[in-house]
Design a protein around this ligand. Structure first.
Ligand code: KG4
Ligand code: ZN
Length: 341
């Protein structure tokens, strides 16, 4: 069983091809960073046009990399939401056109479900598992019961965690996306130098909050001269990364304790989404899961950020269960995981 997956929901144009023996046959990503750089952020209209300009070429390259003919593809999967609707429509329409011409099934993939299931491409992670979904637009704790069945435990009350990394990177005069740049800078920094607040630590429930942390960083920087800021930037990056990791670890620990009390046996804690690429956060999650006797798992960093392989794999998971979609399925800017079916 071979599925081609298309991802166009934000600023990466991506195509992946995967088989049900868990082999990645193609993994092509075109990052639109250069297109958006002059604007200082992702511009939805620019993203949609860039997806339309690059997607055909990327599909061709993926097919060449995989040494496949189009007849050998069993189904076409495309992200149909949530995301920037112009881009989502480019990917969805292209995927539907391919499926129609090839007379193969079409699979409408939820972008968040693709992040949630990626780990199963590389590891034997069985249901149910606890999922920490942390990306540029989302911060959620979910219980994954089955493909298509998600129970939301908590989410962010304000900014997403990736957004906090990105906004603080901007305050520090770094580029975009901020997460990897802060992680690199933090390697030379002292995480104990600045005692930043650890959002929501010790609070009931499983929600997150990151806008207060961003404000603390801004206030701290405003009190410094340009020269002081430059000298302190690695220590600030390290302290910020630590505060974020400590907050995520606290919230996850809380959820793991509650699940144990509920009598629910889970084997794994899974981290997914772009922020799950962060090594220091992974370390924190590894130790908290060990404390509760569960295994920690995350996809390799290049499959944590947006890519086509995760869409193709979600396509395989759905195709195996006979979950395909008609060609009039809608592209959706909002599409919560709890409404995937
Ligand atoms: O999943 P993703 O590629 O796109 C969305 O669906 O949002 O996540 C992008 C987010 C950005 O906010 C980026 O700064 C963050 O993930 N990110 C990281 C790292 N790599 C990407 N954050 C922290 N550490 C990283 N290494
Ligand atoms: Zn994503």
């Amino acid at each position: 069983m071979i599925v081609l997956g298309i991802e166009t929901s934000c600023d990466d144009t991506a195509v992946g091809i995967v088989n049900d023996a868990r082999t990645i046959l193609a993994h092509c990503v075109f990052s639109q960073l250069k297109e958006h750089k002059p604007f200082g952020g992702v511009v939805p209209e620019v993203a949609a046009r860039a997806h339309a300009d690059h997607l055909d070429r990327l599909i061709d390259r993926a097919m060449t990399d995989a040494h496949l003919t189009y007849e050998e593809i069993d189904a076409v999967a495309a992200t149909c939401g949530p995301g920037l609707i112009g881009g989502v429509m480019v990917g969805a329409v292209t995927g539907k056109a391919m499926a129609a011409v090839l007379k193969k099934p079409f699979i409408a993939v939820n972008h968040l479900e693709a992040h949630a299931l990626t780990v199963r491409l590389g590891e034997d992670v069985t249901f149910p598992y606890l999922l920490l979904l942390v990306s540029g637009g989302h911060s959620q704790l979910l219980l994954v019961h089955q493909v298509g069945s998600y129970e939301r435990l908590g989410g962010t009350l304000d900014d997403a965690v990736g957004e906090c990394f990105d906004k603080c990177a901007k305050l520090l005069g770094l580029g975009y996306p901020g997460g990897p740049l802060i992680e690199a800078l933090a390697r030379n920094g002292n995480a104990m130098r600045y005692a930043l607040p650890i959002p929501m630590q010790g609070r009931d429930g499983y929600d997150f909050s990151f806008s207060g942390l961003k404000t603390s960083v801004r206030t701290m920087l405003e009190k410094m001269t340009e020269d002081e800021r430059k000298k302190a930037s690695a220590d600030i990056a390290a302290s910020l990364q630590k505060a974020i990791a400590d907050s995520l670890v606290d919230r996850v620990g809380h959820a793991l304790a509650a699940l144990q009390q509920r009598g629910l046996t889970i084997s794994h804690l899974v981290a997914a989404g772009g922020v799950a690429a962060n090594q220091s956060i992974r370390q924190g999650l590894l130790s908290v899961s060990a404390n509760y006797g569960v295994m920690f798992c995350a996809a390799p960093p290049h499959l944590c950020t947006d890519n086509g392989v995760m869409v193709a794999w979600a396509g395989i998971e759905r195709l195996r269960l006979g979950k395909t979609n008609p060609l009039d399925v809608a592209a959706r800017p909002r599409w919560p995981l709890t409404e995937v079916e």
